[in-house]
Design a protein around this ligand. Structure first.
Ligand code: 76R
Length: 286
């Protein structure tokens, strides 16, 4: 049954965020040759997760005590995340990494607007709700959304290559006082439209990746923001706090932020001689 209260979504990459604390002083005690050998092994393992059509991996040096290193895994299959986790756990570098947090989700493009239009269009065609024809037409119209250029470009976009990253999980409130899920579809759609309008004033300044985690992790969504200037995170998130969808209904988990770096900078990160760089080969997608 395609419940009329449920906004559809297009789902793409499976995503696993893993945060670790790094035993930097223990690492420094290792002889140089050992460090180099461990780096080569890690580079090879990470390379296999990066340069493939079905996976991607991002690296970030995190700031603050909550985590030192964040790995962001993308995979076209759910099993692919299990594979990525195993690959990382088997390399010798893992002896120096202590898991601090993980988060499992799937990239989603919300379709409030399109879902409303699809329901209206099916009502116009006088199809009996949830009849076989209705369900088939409904599913086709949802899938057609994947071809809309605005969606097609974002659905399978790889991890945005922008210097700064901010990650946090969030829920929409389901309390006794306010409950997002008890609002009629039309009201939620209007609130999301407003949310999108505020978001779009930051278009180009920030690349946002929303992933759904209902059924996979403790919150309902993971939010990744990527920007070339970290102050944008504060400005955008603050501005959104005044928007009803966040002000009234948003509930947030812990915030994590850091500096993305390239795989060829792994040794620099581990040895800690400099802040590892992000070598951007392609222009950022927003
Ligand atoms: O333009 C579009 O097609 C996308 C419109 C859009 C949707 C559907 C959109 C735009 N978002 C959508 C969904 Mn968002 N977003 C957040 C946060 O900190 C907070 O207060 C909330 C965390 C930020 C900062 C943010 C930014 N968004 C969602 C959803 C799913 C909700 C659901 O389905 O009920 C969540 C949880 C969420 C949260 N959003 C944008 C942004 C920005 C910057 C945009 C504009 C992107 C652009 O046009 O470049």
């Amino acid at each position: 049954m395609r419940h009329p209260e449920v906004p559809e979504s297009l789902d793409s990459w499976w995503i696993l965020h893993r945060m670790f604390s790094f035993d930097r002083l223990g690492w420094d005690l290792l002889p140089k040759e050992d460090r180099q050998e461990i780096v080569r092994e890690a580079e090879k393992a990470f390379e296999s997760l990066k340069n493939s059509d079905s996976t991607d991996i991002g690296f970030a040096q995190m700031i603050g005590h909550k985590a030192d290193l964040m790995l962001t895994h993308y995979s076209k299959t759910y099993e692919g995340l299990a594979h990525a986790q195993t690959v990382v756990d088997k390399i010798r570098l893992s002896e120096y990494l202590t898991p601090a947090l993980s988060y499992v989700s799937v990239l989603e493009l919300g379709l409030y607007d399109a879902t409303g239009k699809i329901h209206a269009s099916l009502a116009e065609q006088n199809l009996k709700p949830n009849s076989q024809e209705w369900v088939q037409a409904f599913d086709e119209m949802v899938q057609a959304q994947a071809q809309v250029p605005h969606n097609a470009g974002r659905l399978w976009a790889r991890i945005p290559q922008r210097r700064f990253v901010c990650f946090y999980p969030m829920d929409k409130k389901r309390g006794e006082g306010v409950n997002w899920y008890m609002l009629p579809f039309g009201e939620r759609a209007a609130l999301m439209l407003e949310h999108g309008k505020i978001g779009r004033t930051y278009h180009g300044l920030v690349t946002q990746v929303i992933s759904g985690s209902i059924g996979f992790d403790d919150f309902e969504w993971g939010v990744d923001l990527y920007a070339d200037d970290p102050i944008i995170f504060k400005k955008l998130i603050y501005e959104m706090r005044f928007d009803e969808a966040s002000a009234k209904y948003g509930h947030f988990g812990d915030f994590y932020s850091g500096v993305q770096f390239s795989l060829d900078q792994l040794e620099t990160y581990l040895d800690g001689n400099a802040v590892p760089a992000l070598n951007v080969l392609e222009p950022a997608r927003s």
